[in-house]
Design a protein around this ligand. Structure first.
Ligand code: GLP
Length: 638
């Protein structure tokens, strides 16, 4: 755990702890809950827990279930109140929060059903107001909530208190924010199926709990988390109202904490040890902040931004500027697999061996194109032996309409057998087939298989577009995905073994992967854990002596320029080529979450991100490219 000094926490208005992983944070919170339950039980008292849904608390619930099963933790004195529920979904709907809570926690611990309370999403519209008041009364009758667990939505919501929710709001019916509905779209296989309304405890209800713990994991939460913790409280980020609570705290993993001042710009909140990495970060930040290229930064500008000690240690500005400029310049290469027979002392990749055996992991088909399509094409063009390993089929992300359209095509040939997926198992998320859609009749298993085949065909078409033979693709169909469902994936040793076996077979010199900073419950996050686990399983193999691992970023967001170890520039033609390949993933149009600019199409988001990175390099005073794909070097041993 990162133990901050009061000094570097000075901008944080909610006490915040940063853990290496979400699992460690959840273990800590579960331990505290267990202690409270047992202490209260010994006193003959109940413990009133406020609970949340979404991906965030899944690991906490897993740990609580483990404590119950393995260490005999009893929930007989727990009374629970959930934050929210979709309005209009009945309890047994696969996406109802009632179903979620039972699947994740209640069905696996000894909590009496009479002590579980959740807002009822099925009450008639005319009775909603009374139902909400009754919910508040029940909380009061239970003696108030002792500990409320909350997650945070990217809109800044807690519960379903969307921006605009007042500090004193109470349990009520709300309309969901557009971004919240986009974020839920994959659960409901399309935004159109996401309910428009929900019932939620109000901000005031949450603030009335004796203790509130906000959990957040993954880089997608980092910006909103920093706003909630450091900016003045207000309705535009309802989670920021937790600043007003005397016993609120935040537990974050490192990726979610990345935008906090003490992590991002630590020299602004106290003295720092000016390592070369931090010096590069500070100089890059200064250049962007004062809008001057690195080589034009003046001693005076360092002084005015509180960086005089950096100059004392590593200055003057002239020397420091040149050093950081060169470091940044040396990240740029048109030879992502290394330039054969060239001096490679200042290049991000080694010249030899050449050609290299390269494995590009994609958590779902198209991820590799969105994050590194230009680089992938280059690697192949430059003669390397490239394998694209698709870890999951991506079938859950295909809308029903696409499956039905495909079914029309194959109907005449007979529908496919359903044994092709890994182990023939199709026990995971039922494919939502909208009964109102007209078309060939498909069983859920057939629909899922068709969706998988569709994505495989698209992946092959996209590789062809990049002039990479489709035989270079491997489809692993990892069982955690085929047998799982969104937010609840759970990788097992079978997943790790499949990836380890592939690595052992291919013995790569270079590995490209993504998802290192992703929400650990997301497909990309679980895939990264599997890859990491496979690294551990193969660590003793001799091929590791010659292997480097590179992480590519998600299409929505690249890293700050100072964190990039390899930058592969793309010409306008190369960017167009990459986009043309992404277009082959026809079933994925509008399936990628919107970025900050409100764009939803994957290709638009990926283009903008790559162009933004090029613009960033340009603003720092480096050569002006149309687009850049960025990579971080990753140490497989941690
Ligand atoms: C959901 C829930 C919230 C949750 C948030 C974040 O819509 N109503 O209670 O905290 O959005 O979801 P996740 O944890 O999946 O990121």
């Amino acid at each position: 755990m990162n133990s901050p000094t009061a000094e570097n926490r000075q901008r944080e208005k909610i006490p915040t702890e940063i853990f290496p992983t979400a699992d460690e944070a959840c273990r800590e919170l579960a331990r505290q809950i267990a202690l409270a339950l047992t202490t209260r039980a010994a006193e003959g008292r109940n413990f009133v827990l406020g609970l949340a849904t979404g991906s965030t608390p899944v690991r906490l619930y897993r740990e609580l279930v483990r404590l119950h099963r393995e260490e005999g933790l009893s929930f007989s004195n727990a009374i629970t109140f959930n934050l929210d529920e979709y309005y209009g979904l009945n309890r047994e709907h696969p996406e109802s929060y009632w179903r979620f809570m039972h699947d994740q926690l209640f069905d696996h611990v000894n909590i009496p059903a009479s002590q579980i309370f959740m807002p009822d999403g099925t009450v008639a519209r005319g009775k909603v107001f009374d139902g909400c008041n009754e919910y508040e009364d029940r909380i009061a009758r239970a003696g108030g909530i002792d500990l409320q667990v909350v997650g945070i939505g990217r809109s800044g919501h807690i519960g379903f208190n969307e921006p605009g929710s007042g500090r004193d709001s109470r349990t009520r019916l709300v309309t969901l924010d557009a971004r919240t509905r986009q974020d839920a779209a994959r659960d409901f296989v399309g935004e159109a199926n996401v309910p428009r309304h929900a019932l939620t405890m109000g901000v005031g209800t949450i603030l009335a709990a004796r203790e509130v713990v906000l959990l957040a994991w993954g880089e997608s939460k980092s910006v909103i988390v920093a706003q909630a913790i450091e900016r003045p409280p207000g309705e535009s980020v309802p989670a920021s109202f937790l600043q007003l609570h005397p016993h609120a705290r935040c537990l974050l993993d490192q990726a979610a904490a990345a935008e906090l001042t003490r992590i991002k710009l630590p020299w602004l909140v106290g003295p720092v040890d000016w390592t070369p990495t931090l010096a590069r970060r500070a100089v890059t930040w200064l250049s962007l902040d004062v809008q001057r290229p690195i080589l034009k930064l003046l001693d005076q500008q360092y002084g005015e931004r509180g960086m005089a000690d950096l100059l004392t240690e590593r200055g003057p500005a002239y020397n420091l500027n040149i050093r950081v400029f060169n470091e940044t310049q040396h990240t740029v290469t048109g030879w992502p697999g290394g330039k054969p027979n060239a001096d490679d002392t200042s290049r991000p990749e080694r010249a030899s061996p050449f050609p290299k055996r390269v494995v590009v992991f994609a958590s779902e088909p198209s991820d590799e194109l969105l994050g590194m399509g230009g680089t992938l094409a280059r690697l192949f063009e430059q003669g390397h032996s490239v394998t694209v390993a698709y870890l999951t089929s991506g079938s859950l992300a295909v809308p029903d309409e696409e499956a039905l359209a495909a079914a029309e095509l194959v109907a005449e040939c007979g529908l496919p057998e359903t044994t092709e997926l890994h182990g023939g198992a199709l026990s995971g998320q039922p494919t939502v087939l909208n009964p109102h859609l007209q078309g060939p009749s498909l069983s859920p298993a057939q629909a899922r298989l068709l969706k998988f085949r569709l994505r495989r065909a698209e992946a092959r078409a996209a590789l062809r577009k990049l002039k990479i033979p489709p035989e270079r693709a491997r489809f692993l169909n990892l069982p955690f995905y085929e047998n799982g469902r969104y937010r609840q994936f759970h990788a097992t040793s079978t997943d790790f073994d499949l990836v380890a076996r592939l690595l052992g077979e291919l013995q790569p010199h270079q590995i490209f992967a993504s998802g290192a900073d992703a929400d650990p419950s997301s497909v990309a996050g679980v895939c990264f854990q599997v890859i990491h686990g496979a690294f551990a399983l193969t660590r003793e193999a001799t091929w590791w002596n010659e292997c480097r691992v590179w992480i590519y970023h998600s299409p929505e967001k690249t890293w700050p320029a100072d964190q990039i170890d390899m930058a592969v520039p793309l010409s306008p033609d190369q960017l167009a080529h990459k986009t043309a390949a992404i277009f082959q993933h026809k079933s994925q149009r509008s399936q990628t979450p919107h970025n900050a600019a409100g764009e939803s199409e994957g290709w638009l988001v990926a283009e903008r991100t790559a162009r933004d990175l090029a613009r960033l390099y340009d603003r720092l005073g480096l050569a002006e490219y149309d687009a850049i794909e960025g990579f971080r070097r990753y140490s497989p041993t941690g």
